[in-house]
Write a protein that binds this ligand. Structure first.
Ligand SMILES: Nc1ncnc2c1ncn2[C@@H]1O[C@H](COP(=O)(O)OP(=O)(O)OP(=O)(O)O)[C@@H](O)[C@H]1O
Ligand SMILES: [Mg+2]
Ligand SMILES: [Zn+2]
Length: 167
């Protein structure tokens, strides 16, 4: 392989061999998603086969930080705070890259607030937040990465499989 090719590959370590899909002009790249979580990210964004959004998904590529990572690229869309919080729950190492005119103009990690209200269902079926009472779930964020939540009402912890408990 020529030096020039090696240099090109070096510059795109996270997507070996360069971008796997055509660059987008405007939109959001959610990078450093833990391998296997891309489909849950799409779910959070409300993207299904019928929504018509232009989306590229890269799954299980090598990452120095994460071992394997997924990447989701959504054209012509910037994400809301609430969507970012949900992504932080299932992909706490994710970085959000805003793309304008084909370039990354802003990059920031996702971050969780100290408490999340009405987003994650408590695992304890007897918890007051799971009864017919009009009480929204309230989860304290004990650890941000790997995520550890604790129900404010019954102290039930939640760490694994959080995607399944998203409301
Ligand atoms: N125009 C674009 N279209 C599609 N994807 C893009 C575009 N520009 C950048 N990306 C992707 O967005 C992510 C962030 O791009 P950047 O150039 O900042 O990479 P990086 O230097 O590896 O960043 P980091 O240090 O966050 O890993 C990468 O996955 C990159 O492939
Ligand atoms: Mg990178
Ligand atoms: Zn509870």
């Amino acid at each position: 392989m020529t030096d020039k090719n090696n240099e090109k590959i070096d510059k795109n370590k996270e997507e070996p061999g360069g971008l796997r899909v055509k660059p987008i002009n405007n939109g959001t790249v959610i990078d450093h998603i833990a391998g296997g979580q891309a489909l849950n990210v799409l779910k959070i964004l409300g993207i299904s086969g019928t929504t018509g959004a232009t989306v590229s998904v890269v799954m299980n590529v090598e990452s120095k930080k994460l071992g394997k990572k997924d990447i989701v690229k959504v054209e012509d869309r910037e994400l809301r705070e609430e969507e970012l919080n949900r992504i932080a729950l299932i992909a706490p190492a994710a970085s959000i890259n805003i793309i304008r005119n084909c370039r990354v103009i802003e990059k920031r990690p996702v971050d969780l607030p100290d408490e999340i209200v009405g987003v994650v269902r408590c695992q304890n079926p007897n918890c007051i937040s799971n009864t017919h009472e009009p009480i929204k779930s309230r989860m304290l964020v004990k650890v941000k990465n790997p995520v550890l939540l604790r129900c404010l009402y019954c102290e039930q912890p939640l760490a694994n499989g959080i995607a399944e408990y998203l409301i």
